[in-house]
Design a protein around this ligand. Structure first.
Ligand code: SAH
Length: 231
């Protein structure tokens, strides 16, 4: 049974300082620069996206367990991935469309929505998708996020093409369908590797090719599906 957090408003009133500390100690010193990303982290109440047991840890420098053995990613990892989409002010005021694979708690989607993006987010586990929908209802920009239950390794063809794609689960390879659904010149951000360790890749779609920029090492829960790991 998923329990919505009903005392988030009280806690949220206190959490502006926590967000400021998170930005100043976890994000800026590690090189996050994009003002739109930093602004979203200053404002999105992370306590609305964690389970009750971890409310007090909402701003800690680590991933946290949610339900169904899944996690809400470490704030720094969410920030790096968001920054690697390289969205301009013009993109954000136009409300570009981003595909997220692995909705989880909905926090990454909320960060993108706060920045001005429209977000199409695919989650494999129905109960986790419900959890995200409940969480996203707590913030007004949550309305810009659509959650769909399915195998995200196949993308979301009906909503394509996208101005950016972010995969928040570990993948053994770059799923072909995702590249097909990305606009030329745009970026796919994905942790690729084995089940134990991955490397964060920024894949740039070129007219007839791709360019891969390699970033930090990381460890995500597995992307399970047709073009991911097998169950
Ligand atoms: N972005 C999330 C964290 C995601 S954790 C946040 O901000 O909190 C990774 C999620 O990917 C899990 O919820 C898991 O169920 C989901 N997942 C794994 N394989 C998937 C697939 N093939 N399609 C969609 N979601 C998948």
């Amino acid at each position: 049974m998923i329990k919505p957090i009903d005392n988030f408003i009280d806690y949220g009133a206190l959490s502006a300082d926590d967000r400021k500390a998170m930005v100043e100690t976890q994000l800026v010193p590690r090189g996050i620069k994009d003002p739109n990303v930093l602004d979203a982290f200053m404002n999105v109440p992370r306590e609305c996206f964690v389970i009750e047991e971890y409310l007090k840890s909402a701003y800690d420098d680590c991933p946290l367990p949610i339900i169904e053995n899944q996690t809400i990613s470490q704030p720094y990892m969410v920030a790096v991935m968001t920054e690697l989409l390289e969205l301009s002010d013009e993109d954000l005021s136009a409300g570009v469309k981003i595909l997220e694979i692995g909705t989880g708690a909905g926090y990454q989607a909320a960060i993108l929505a706060h920045m001005g993006c429209r977000v199409a987010s695919v989650e494999r586990i129905p109960k986790v998708a419900d959890f995200a929908v409940i969480n996203l209802k707590k913030v007004p920009y949550g309305q810009r996020v659509e959650v769909y239950v399915g195998d995200g390794t196949e993308g979301w063809p009906e909503e394509a093409p996208f101005d950016g794609i972010i995969v928040t689960a570990a993948s053994p390879k770059i799923p072909t369908a995702l590249l097909q659904q990305l606009k030329v010149g745009r970026k796919l951000v994905i942790p690729c590797g084995n089940l134990m360790v991955q490397q964060l890749l920024q894949v740039v779609k070129l007219p007839n090719d791709i360019r891969i920029n390699r970033h930090t090492g990381c460890r995500f829960v597995p992307l399970i599906g047709k073009d991911g790991f097998q169950e």
